[in-house]
Each structure stands twice: as C-alpha cells, then as structure tokens.
Design a protein around this ligand. Structure first.
Ligand SMILES: Nc1ncnc2c1ncn2[C@@H]1O[C@H](COP(=O)(O)OP(=O)(O)OP(=O)(O)O)[C@@H](O)[C@H]1O
Length: 215
C-alpha cells in the first residue's frame, strides 16, 4: 500500500469573531482550506461574507481569533502573505481612466511580474479584443470585470480570495472563469469566494461555508 501524501493546508482560520456596528456577524468560526480546494462562502445579504473575506485577506481585524497562512499567523508575516495572495474585492478594482491594456500593464507592474504573453493575447483570452483602447470607464460592468479578472492569468499566487467574481459576467465569461479556476486548483492552488449563485460545473467540487444572518 502506498503512503498517502498529506495535502498541505494553505489557510486556517480559528475561532474568528467579527462585530460590525452593534451586530455580531459571526463567532467561533473555523475554516481550513487545503491546496486544491475551492470554498464558497454563502449567506444572505449582510450576513458577513465580504467581512469574512476581508478578515481572511488581512484587510480587516477580527474581534477574536486568528488567521494562519501555511501555519504562520498572517499578522506576523504580511509580506510573505501578500506575495502568496490574490484578493479581488467586489468592486472591479479597475482604473477607470486607463484602457484595458494599460490596466493589465498596471496589474503586472504591481505584482512584479513580466507580461509573459503580449497583453493583446491576454485580452483575447478574456474576450476583450476590439475594446483594448477604450478607457475602462467607457466599458460595461461585465467588460470591466473581465479586465479585473485578467489578473487571474497574470498571478502566481497560490491563494485567491475573490468577492463575487461572477457578478456581471455573461455565460461565456462564467465558463472562462470556471476553466481558469480548474487549472489553478489542479496546480495545487486554492480559492475562497463568495457568490450568490450556486457554482455549477463539472470541473471541480465546491466546499461550502454558510453564514446565517444574526440579529
Ligand atoms: N465599513 C463598514 N463599517 C461598518 N459596518 C459595515 C461596514 N461594511 C459592512 N458593514 C456591516 O457589516 C455587515 C455585513 O456586511 P458584509 O458586506 O460583510 O455582508 P455580505 O454578507 O457580504 O453582504 P452582501 O451579500 O450584501 O454582499 C452589514 O450589516 C454591514 O452593514
């Protein structure tokens, strides 16, 4: 019998509590995300999904508990964490005055990566050919989200935290994203995301964490 190789845990949250305003969004929350896993945070509006993602990304402090990346508290080694994390918030994060190509060049520069393929090839991948020279503010919500999501083809970060990545995407855009997620998971990456839609795909199995609205 061969030895089973243990799948490494990338991210672990222990006993998390978040209070915003007067309301406790969640307490004693545990989450363990292994390489190759995709987790969907579910729950009604206001349940605390975005707050949880921001805590996991180190952008919001929890009232209690800890988040560890590769067994290291993220508060102790932010630099390493931010090199290993791609966070895309629910706002597209696109610079409105820059064209699609300029936005891609900007992402590449910020992430310190060379654009391996010509930016045009990357834009073709995300279905933006013909729109490359228009400032992003002149594009539709879905087209702007496609620019933002092009970062998924640029990054080498093993952990992706994505707030509502499917918002405003059409059927073809959704299929493209599933395919990219699948590649990332097969390569040993992990994804934590929120989505109000059920993720239906033959490519991978989704783990779910459901938050309830606490009054
Ligand atoms: N910057 C903020 N300051 C104070 N309270 C906030 C802030 N952002 C969100 N909240 C509160 O935290 C609660 C949870 O918000 P959050 O955005 O995490 O929910 P959500 O589950 O992502 O909701 P949705 O499905 O509508 O996106 C809400 O009651 C909201 O009013």
């Amino acid at each position: 019998m061969g030895n089973k190789v243990a799948v490494p845990v990338l991210l672990e949250a222990n006993e998390l509590m978040s209070i915003r305003g007067e309301r406790t969004l969640f307490s004693d929350l545990q989450l363990s995300v292994k390489a190759g896993e995709i987790w969907q945070i579910e729950g009604p509006n206001g349940a605390g999904k975005s707050s949880l993602l921001r805590i996991l990304a180190g952008l919001l402090a929890p009232q209690a508990g800890s988040v560890c990346f590769q067994h290291q508290p993220i508060s102790e080694d932010r630099e390493n964490y931010y090199q290993s994390l791609l966070f895309i918030g629910h706002k597209a994060g696109v610079k409105p005055e820059l064209t699609a190509i300029e936005n891609l060049e900007f992402y590449a520069a910020v992430q310190g990566v060379e654009l391996e393929e010509a930016p045009y090839a990357l834009l073709a991948k995300v279905g933006l050919v013909g729109l490359e020279d228009i400032p992003a503010q002149g594009l539709s919500a879905g087209q702007q989200r496609r620019i933002a999501l092009a970062r998924l083809w640029l990054t080498q970060a093993p952990l992706w935290i994505l707030d509502e990545p499917f918002t405003a995407l059409d059927v073809e855009g959704i299929a493209l994203l599933h395919a990219r997620f699948s590649e990332h998971l097969k390569a040993g990456g992990a994804i934590i995301l929120t989505s109000h839609q059920e993720l239906i795909t033959e490519f991978y199995q989704v783990q779910a964490l459901r938050l309830r609205y606490q009054h």
